[in-house]
Every structure is written in C-alpha cells, then in structure tokens.
Design a binder for this molecule. Structure first.
Ligand code: ADP
Length: 336
C-alpha cells in the first residue's frame, strides 16, 4: 500500500515537472519567435531602404513585405498556442486514462482478495460442519431424533456447498459458453411458486406477491430466471433484519414485463449501487461484514438478465430498504 502511494507521488511529481517544463518551453518559443520576427523585420527594413525598394520607415510599415512578415509571425504564434493546447489536452487525457486503469487494478485486486477470503470461509465452514456431524455419528450412539437432526444439518450444509459450487461454475459459464434455453411459460405462476418456496424456507419472513396481470406468458430460460429470482429473494432476506418483509410485484406493458423485489432491509449506499453487479463485489470489507456470501449472486443475475436482452435496476425503497427491478422482453429471440 505504502509502495503504491510512493509510486503515485513519484508519477505526480514527474507529471508536474513535465507540465512546468512544457510551459517554460512554450513561453520560450513564444519569446524566441517574437525576437526572430523583430530581427527579420529590422533587417528587411534596412535592406529594402538601402536597395531603394521603399524610401522610408513609414513606407516600409505600409508595404506588402511587412504585412506578409507580420502575417507569418501571427500564424506561427497561433500554431504554437494550438500545439500547446493539444499537448496539454492529450497529457490530461493520458493521465486520466492511467489513473482510471490504476484504480481499476486496485479495485480488482481488492475484490480478488475479498473473494479469496470469503470463498475460503464459505467452502471450509460447511466441510468442517459435515465432518463434525460424521465424526459425532461414528463415535456416539445417538437417539433417532438426534441423529436425524444432525443428518438434516449436514444435508443443509451440503446444499450450501452445492449452491456455491454451482454459482462458481455458472459464473464461469456465463463468460464463455452460456446458451439460453428459451421456452414459453407463465411468469406470474412461476414467481408465485418461487415466493411460496421461499415462504417455506424462511417461515419468519413475510413475503407478498402481486401481479398486475394474469396468465403473463413470456419466452425465457426457466433455469436462468429461477436463479435470478432466487438470488434476489435470498438477498432480500439476507440483507434484512430478523423479520424480513419482502414484496414481489409483476407488471407489464406492450414491450416488456417487469418484476420487482422490494425489501425493508439495510439498503445500499448510492455510491455502491454501480458496483454491486461486479463479479465478487461485496459491500464493505471481509473484516466488518456479518453476512455470508461470495459477491457472485448479483453478477450472475445481471448476466442472465442481459442474456435475455433485459435490464436490472436498483433503487432505494423509502423509508428503508432496496428495490431490484428486472425488465425483460416478452421474447428475447425477437430482439436483434
Ligand atoms: P453476496 O450476497 O454473496 O455478497 P451479491 O452479488 O448477491 O453477493 O450482492 C453483492 C452485494 O450487494 C452484497 O454484498 C450486499 O452488500 C449488496 N446487496 C445485495 N442485495 C442487497 C439487498 N437486498 N439489500 C442490501 N444490500 C444488498
């Protein structure tokens, strides 16, 4: 980190030196150009008077020789000014591009670090829990009830592990060989079923589903859209307090269908909103964060929505919480 700051400081010093040196050279060029012009003017004047081409200083200053010379000088002055401006603009654009690239690198490195820390934790903790369950089952004779409880918790951990591995594979696939398997289905029914599943999974959370229309058929990739809706719903639960309240709303217009997932949770800072769809991005740092995750969910959601030629937006849900709105065309195959 310190090395980075030093490097930055060094680059800024070099840039400042370049700017100053360039300003100095420009002024020098201006002055030298003016000196050369004045010397040439005086020389021409004397030579022309001596040759008898003009009879006096006044006549020289009115002659075409003088006017030509002055025009050339003025043109050179404008050229120097123009070049200076172009140089400064290119330098500023160059610095801006370098700075942007640098910031991107720093962010990518931070995300990678965050990812490694969270993925290690996310992979290791279910493995450790399953191991513990297996060891306990092997060592002790337990009552049927107790062993069932342990079994269930091991299965839950396995599901989590499976989900994580699936997310990792899907995110790799989305970058290379992802193909939509489009089929017609009723989006209102599909979302209502997913909300029901979530109700069963999270009995403490309150879910509601409203649809402005019935029998809303779209052409979409069911597996992909399941991933989209589940990720948004799971996040809404995960980033709410102890009693999450989540509203899912579906509507449509002539061109698109639109569904939103609104929660009353912790909300997302405006300056974080543009980052949350990046791969491995999680708000905050590994040391301060309380929730589990890998930063892959919204990346996957965004990629799948975009593969459907749709869009996802995030906004505040006043007074508290977040709304994710997914807009999808009725049939991505018809959109060029
Ligand atoms: P993960 O949940 O594994 O961290 P995601 O890609 O699903 O990764 O989300 C990225 C980040 O966006 C999360 O770390 C969280 O900070 C923020 N986020 C996502 N959904 C919500 C939400 N409903 N409310 C508040 N913050 C959210």
């Amino acid at each position: 980190m310190k090395r980075n700051i030093n490097l930055r400081l060094l680059s800024y010093t070099v840039i400042a030196y370049m700017m100053l040196a360039f300003a100095w050279w420009s002024v020098l060029l201006f002055v030298k150009n003016r000196d050369a012009y004045m010397a040439k003017r005086d020389k021409d004047r004397i030579v022309l008077i001596a040759r008898g081409v003009v009879s006096s200083d006044v006549e020289y200053f009115e002659s075409d020789y003088y006017k030509d010379l002055t025009r050339k000088y003025k043109r050179q002055e404008w050229m120097i000014l123009g070049e200076s401006i172009v140089f400064v603009i290119s330098l500023v654009i160059g610095i801006w591009l370098i700075n942007r690239g640098y910031n991107k690198e720093v962010n990518a490195a931070r995300q990678q670090r965050n990812f490694l820390l969270s993925i290690t934790h996310e992979l290791k903790s279910p493995i450790a829990s399953i191991r513990l369950v297996l060891e306990t089952l092997a060592k002790r004779r337990l009552k049927k009830e107790q062993s069932e409880k342990l079994n269930n918790s091991a299965l839950k951990e396995l599901d989590r592990l499976n989900g994580l591995v699936n997310d990792l594979l899907l995110s790799a696939k989305l970058e290379t060989a992802y193909q939509l398997h489009l089929e017609p289905f009723q989006l209102d029914e599909f979302l209502a079923d997913l909300v029901l599943e979530m109700k069963e999974k999270y009995p403490k959370a309150q879910f509601s589903f409203r649809s402005a229309e019935e029998d809303l058929t779209i052409n979409g990739d069911k597996t992909g859209l399941t991933s989209v809706a589940i990720n948004l719903l799971e996040n809404a639960v995960k980033y709410s307090g102890k009693e999450p309240k989540i509203d899912v709303f579906l509507e449509s217009d002539e061109k698109n269908v639109r569904f939103s997932v609104a929660d009353e949770g912790i909300g997302i800072d405006d300056k974080e909103k543009k980052n949350i769809f990046d791969k491995f991005y999680r708000v905050g740092s590994e040391d301060t964060r309380k929730t589990k995750g890998t930063g892959l969910g919204l990346y996957i959601v965004n990629q799948i929505v975009r593969a459907h030629k749709g869009a996802i937006e995030v906004s505040n849900h006043p007074p508290q919480g977040t709304v994710f709105t997914v807009t999808l065309p009725y049939n991505p195959a018809e959109i060029s």
